[in-house]
Design a protein around this ligand. Structure first.
Ligand code: SAM
Ligand code: SF4
Length: 497
């Protein structure tokens, strides 16, 4: 017998799993302190700003005051310097690669009433669906046919998509062994999860089935706006959400993705909220977020919030906020999604984004049904519906590598290990090798002729750079890499360093 939704909801929040992280009964978001930092740190003094940029370039997290200075810059020349510094920081930590993933929406049943989301419980125009395990396998087959290796799996919060369903869904995805158009074996090698905040007990189960990153977006760090936007369901509890990542750490998931939904409240405040979140994770666990996401509000069925909010973020401010995030939390991965239009995505990749999606379908069952974008069947509309091949081609034209690397997580380079490596720029060097290996696989197995021709030029440049770099000359790294590269060319798959 399924548990009634109201009864299920009453068991979600465990106050002791919030209170243990509070400091003197307080959480880490203090509106007054954030507003004071924002109002008292105004300067266009070039040397002060350059000192701050230097700190970012040394891959050190900025203080709230330094971050506020950057957010408040009004001098256009200084912004240009900041865009350039953002790209330099990205290159230092993540090189010239963009990691690709695909979202899989498993269910749109939800007990919450988020006023901006098409999945909210009182939206009667939404067609509800929870994929069966067979359907999840079919979706996976379609994604593998495109060339994807990394997935983010997304769930509404509901007893029908509770922890056991999530674990079954992940096992179903991992179980699919696909064949590429050129007859090589393929599978999803890493699943990240975007789901409601959970107890440590449930999070341990996600850890056991092989979760990559656990993602929860705070939506807004501004408490009054949070209450206004979340009138019903367990999501009403701001602090349960605020400490989702702290519980993940306690459950052994040390790969955390934080985020804010931009457009609900002032963008500068949200950037400060994300920074305080990273600082508190560092303070309590010595590990910051592996990724930061910054979706902007997009139209959702039955909601007027995405059109009427007084805080919608312009393209210009969007680029600025991504730049400041890049500089303020320099070691973190930054995710830009297909919610954004192609030109904006490419623009922010130039100021420091490191991960994105392509060929995405966010309708439940959308990959195997190949339906058109229809708002009543999906959470919101996508701004970029291009295929993975088209996006890969554009990146190749920009000299960037499309990476499907999943090695870090499978080699145990997560949590404190990856943080140290990111700070020192070493993780980027391993990733460069694995990016090239997975790019080789993609070009051989999936790329169109045009994409492949452009990709060959990128890969040739990368190979000669790798051969020149002292770092790779230590030990057997370079030999192993070349050996793997040659084996991949002959048809062997899933070799990583
Ligand atoms: N139900 C889970 C939760 O809320 O955490 C996970 C799934 S929810 C669909 C994933 C994210 O979608 C939310 O955290 C929110 O930031 C984003 N989202 C919801 N409505 C949106 C909209 N109209 N535009 C852009 N993003 C939206
Ligand atoms: Fe449900 Fe998440 Fe949408 Fe809120 S954002 S209605 S919790 S799916």
């Amino acid at each position: 017998m399924p548990v009634p939704a109201a009864q299920w909801c009453s068991g979600i929040i465990k106050n002791d799993q919030i209170e243990k992280y509070l400091i003197n009964g307080k959480d880490f978001i203090d509106e007054e302190i954030i507003n004071k930092a924002l109002s008292s740190n105004h300067t266009n003094d070039k040397s002060r700003v350059r000192d701050i940029l230097q700190k970012s370039l040394e891959i050190k997290i900025l203080t709230p005051e330094e971050t506020a200075v950057l957010l408040n810059i009004t001098d256009n020349d200084l912004w240009e310097e900041m865009y350039a510094a953002g790209l330099e920081v990205k290159r230092k930590v993540y090189d010239n690669r963009i990691v690709f993933f695909a979202p899989l929406y498993c269910s749109n049943v939800c007990v919450n009433g988020c006023r901006y989301c098409g999945f909210r419980s009182d939206n009667s125009s939404e067609i509800r669906k929870t994929l069966t395990m067979e359907e999840i396998r079919e979706e996976t087959v379609s994604l593998l046919a495109e060339g994807h290796k990394r997935m983010i799996i997304v769930f509404g919060e509901h007893p029908r998509s509770d922890i056991d369903y999530m674990c079954d869904a992940m096992n179903a995805v991992y179980s699919v062994k696909g064949v590429s158009p050129r007859n090589t074996e393929t599978s999803i090698r890493r699943i990240n999860v975007n789901a409601a905040p959970m107890s440590t007990e449930k999070l341990r189960k996600l850890k056991d089935v092989g979760i990559g990153t656990y993602q929860v977006f705070q939506e807004t760090y501004h408490k009054p706006t949070y209450s206004e936007m979340h009138p019903s369901g367990p999501k009403q509890d701001y602090r349960w959400r605020l400490y989702a990542m702290h519980r993940a750490m306690d459950a052994g998931i040390d790969d955390m993705g934080i985020g804010a939904l931009f457009g609900l409240y002032d963008w500068k405040f949200e950037v400060m909220g994300l920074l305080y979140h990273a600082l508190d994770l560092e303070r309590q666990f010595s590990i910051g977020p592996h990724t930061v996401s910054f979706p902007r509000l997009t139209p959702a069925s039955g909601s007027t919030i995405p059109e009427k909010s007084g805080y919608l973020v312009t393209d210009e401010h969007f680029k600025k906020l991504v730049t400041v995030l890049r500089l303020a939390i320099p070691y973190t991965g930054l995710i830009i999604t297909a919610r954004e239009r192609p030109e904006i995505r490419m623009d922010v990749m130039k100021v420091g984004c490191t991960q994105t999606d392509a060929s995405s379908k966010i309708e439940i069952g959308g990959y195997s049904n190949s339906a058109d974008q229809e708002l009543k069947k999906q959470q919101f509309l996508l701004g970029d519906t291009r295929s993975l091949d088209e996006v890969t081609k554009e990146l190749a034209q920009m000299g960037m590598i499309t990476s499907f690397c999943t090695a870090g997580y499978r080699c145990g380079r997560t949590g404190s290990k990856i943080m140290g490596l990111l700070h020192n720029g070493i993780e980027g060097k391993f990733c460069k090798l694995n990016a090239v290996l997975t790019y080789r696989e993609y070009l051989d197995d999936y790329a169109s002729e045009e994409t492949r021709a452009l990709g060959e030029q990128v890969i040739a440049r990368e190979l000669s750079m790798i051969d020149e770099m002292d770092f790779y000359k230590k030990g057997n790294l370079l030999n192993n890499f070349h050996e793997y590269y040659e084996e991949i060319k002959k048809g062997k798959r899933d070799l990583f360093i």
